[in-house]
Design a protein around this ligand. Structure first.
Ligand code: BGC
Length: 748
């Protein structure tokens, strides 16, 4: 829903002003006392490795002194290798702030980490489903709940800045960071993203339960043409504004404190050098007042990789002039040196430096670092509470998306004999994915004791006598791909559960050449099917790998995503019917490379021309459509009603429908409302998700669900790049129900 510009600016202003009038004054006073070097130091962010000994989490006092005293560094991020304990974090943060206290102005250091799905970098922190799994839950309250835990566990570790949430829209499934997105739909991305930002910040950043959020990666980072991380995006502005900008606009209005920039280029301009995106759109149009931080090494890369800056200093000047406030340098002090030179030579105006530093100081005041920069006992008390495990299980449960269940093969009887096989069956990392105690998430020694594999969770539930496995630890271990061992072991099994998908990866190491599930995994499916036993596929994967050739061989398919600490337990609960699945696909599961059509396709994407006017209308033909997800009960809906068939001007339209649970199990169900405009000045989408609501119905129960829409919910970006609602006829779809109304601009 778009708020008019003036109102957006006003809202943002009041939000910022209402929270921090005194802080603003203090920041201004401090700024006036600062030297150029002190200012540039505040704009410099280095990685922990710069101030550490080779031993993880152990600071090097001389290196720390150099960073903070000589280079006046204002921010530090990251780990050197892997997660640290709460106590280690407390030591690190305390030593850093002690050093900052020795500086002339005693400006505290702001520490930032990537708590992407829970607090990644603290040992024993609770990890939840990746955003892609949270999108499948269709449950914003759950997103809020897990985000608050992430905030608490970060703050408990002494860290008050989280580089999350990712607001990139997942419209390119090849992209290695697809699991970090909320999937292909703008409305879900906006809803979940705003929910996360509020959950991080709404308690007030001085409180021990909150952290500053960082919306990222502005803008359209996810839309790389090849799917390789940090590679070129070619994006018409109309598409940018329709699918990628709304999440950021909404996040700014929700009060996000900081923003991280897309490392890649759009239409040939690296975003770190784009004055248009970083200043004209972000500041002037969206009204963002917070801190803009670069991504990893991305300023110098304007010179070393993008070749738009002829010298390193030109790169620094270009990014700062474009609107970057803080440089994630992160491995040296070159930014400090080069920016100083650039200012002295008049290549960057002092006003721009002051503007950036003012924002950084204000952030530090807002999060209470000037009151107390040290780890807070009240925050530490919130680490690792038992209820986080319950929440992790609920989140994993609600993420589970049952894609196929032929002949009701699921749920399994508790006395079934299973063969559990495949590379993910005895893996922890393949259940958690990226940013899990390490960046890549693939070092299992750092996962909490008590993390279960799928084999362990099923054995615990059914009894060890009921579970045979050919799987071994190590996703890539050749034994996991031994088809003859699988066939032999299947002899005594009633059902084969094959755990396939992707081991953990993050960013560029997750780049792939082919979206197809690797051949050594599909061979397992064929071998399992050849035994004649029913085969259930459990997919733990960050993005949809093609399974088109083998899907018909499986009776059941469960998409488990990378669902965090309780993934295995949730899988076992769903397979055995102890949890009735309710997840919904947050993307269109593609059929093959030539069939990558998204649900909100344009009309001619639906059309498959055969010869001239001879055509079919089956262009949207994914293996499983967006929103797909089965249950062990049956839901139906009827009685779609509109409060009016003629919507005028600013009026509201109420849409209601009655949902019935006609099966014999209780269950949750998401009702999704889509619209479609018949004719418009640019080609209308075939469907747009405009609202959703998740409800719980006992077996036999019914409930009427209502949605309220107005003209903003029918809007799109037109050829003049304006978000408009055009008069016309609209269809409303809820499941198999359809109704039509007209919208006209004037009042009745
Ligand atoms: C990623 C960011 C992350 C940063 C700091 C970069 O490589 O692109 O998402 O916040 O590293 O860890």
């Amino acid at each position: 829903m778009k708020t008019p510009l003036a109102l957006a600016l006003l809202l943002t202003f009041f939000m910022a002003a209402a929270q921090t009038p005194a802080d603003r004054q203090k920041a201004e006073t401090l700024l006036h006392r600062m030297t150029l070097e002190e200012k540039i130091g505040q704009m410099t962010q280095v990685t922990l490795g710069v101030v550490c000994t080779p031993q993880d989490g152990v600071l090097d006092p001389a290196a720390l002194k150099k960073a903070i005293q000589d280079y006046k560094v204002g921010s530090i991020l990251n780990v050197t290798n892997h997660a640290l304990s709460v106590d280690q974090w407390h030591r690190v943060i305390t030593d850093i702030q002690d050093e900052a206290k020795k500086t002339r102005l005693q400006i505290p250091v702001i520490y930032g980490l990537d708590g992407i799905h829970g607090q990644t970098y603290t040992l024993d922190a609770t990890l939840f489903p990746q955003n892609i799994g949270m999108a499948a839950t269709r449950n914003p309250e759950l997103v809020a709940a897990i985000t608050k835990v992430a905030a608490k566990e970060l703050r408990a570790s002494g860290v008050r800045w989280n580089f999350a949430p990712v607001l990139d829209c997942g419209r390119q499934p090849l992209w290695s960071r697809f699991p970090e997105t909320y999937g292909e739909d703008v409305y879900i991305g906006k809803t979940m993203g705003v929910t996360a930002i509020k959950a991080y910040e709404e308690d007030g950043l001085k409180q021990p339960t909150a952290v500053a959020s960082c919306m990222k990666h502005y803008l359209a980072y996810s839309d790389s043409r090849t799917g390789k991380d940090r590679t070129p995006i070619y994006l018409p502005e109309i598409e940018m504004r329709e699918y990628y900008l709304p999440q950021f606009r909404a996040a700014v209005q929700a009060g996000a404190s900081t923003l991280m920039v897309n490392s890649a280029e759009i239409n040939g301009t690296p975003v770190h050098a784009s004055h248009y995106l970083l200043t004209d759109v972000l500041r002037k149009e969206l009204g963002f007042q917070g801190v803009v931080v670069s991504d990893w090494e991305d300023i110098i890369r304007l010179h070393t990789r993008h070749f738009v800056a002829a010298t390193p200093r030109a790169a620094v000047a270009m990014a700062v002039n474009a609107g970057v406030d803080m440089s994630m340098v992160p491995s040296d002090f070159s930014f400090f040196v080069l920016l100083k030179e650039a200012v002295e030579k008049g290549e960057v105006p002092m006003s721009r430096i002051d503007e950036a530093v003012r924002r950084i100081l204000l952030l530090k005041f807002k999060i209470g670092l000037f009151d107390n920069p040290y780890p807070e006992p009240a925050a530490a008390a919130n680490f690792g509470l038992p209820e986080y495990q319950t929440l992790a299980l609920q989140a994993a449960h609600e993420a589970m998306t049952l894609l196929k269940n032929d002949n009701a093969v699921l749920p399994l009887h508790h006395d079934v004999h299973l063969l559990v096989a495949g590379p993910a069956a005895r893996s922890i990392s393949a259940l958690n994915g990226c940013w899990s105690y390490t960046w890549q998430g693939n070092q299992e020694q750092w996962y909490p004791a008590g993390s279960k594999t799928i084999v362990a969770a099923l054995s615990d539930k059914l009894g060890v006598d009921h579970v045979t496995t050919t799987a071994v630890a190590g996703f890539d271990n050749p034994a996991n791909y031994d088809t003859s061992a699988l066939k032999t072991a299947a002899a005594d099994a009633d059902v084969i559960v094959l755990c396939l998908g992707e081991n953990a990866y993050a960013e560029s190491p997750g780049n792939i050449r082919d979206l197809a599930l690797p051949e050594n995994q599909t061979a397992l499916v064929r071998a399992a099917a050849a035994t004649g036993k029913p085969v259930i596929l459990v997919l733990t994967e960050g993005r949809p790998r093609f399974i088109t050739g083998v899907a018909p061989l499986a009776s059941g398919i469960l998409m488990a995503y990378w669902s965090g600490r309780k993934t295995a337990e949730a899988i076992a609960d769903v397979l055995t019917g102890d949890y009735n699945p309710d997840g919904r696909l947050p993307y269109s599961y593609p059929r093959s490379m030539g069939e990558m059509v998204l649900y909100d396709r344009k009309p001619t994407e639906d059309i498959r021309e055969i010869f001239n006017s001879d055509m079919t209308m089956n262009g949207y033909d994914p293996l499983f459509p967006f929103g797909w997800g089965l249950s062990y009960t049956r839901f139906s809906c009827d009685g779609l009603r509109l409060s009016t068939n003629q919507l005028h001007g600013q009026e509201k339209l109420t849409v209601s429908v009655t949902v019935h649970n006609t099966g014999n199990r209780d269950g949750k169900h998401t009702v999704e409302l889509y619209t479609h405009e018949h004719y418009a000045s640019i080609t209308p989408n075939m469907r747009r998700l405009r609202a959703f609501k998740k409800i719980f119905l006992k077996a036999g129960e019914s409930q009427t669900v209502s949605f309220t829409l107005d003209k903003n919910d029918l809007a799109f970006v037109n050829a003049e790049l304006k978000t408009v609602t055009e008069p016309g006829d609209f269809d409303v779809y809820i499941e198999d129900q359809k109704a039509t109304f007209s919208y006209s601009a004037g009042a009745q």
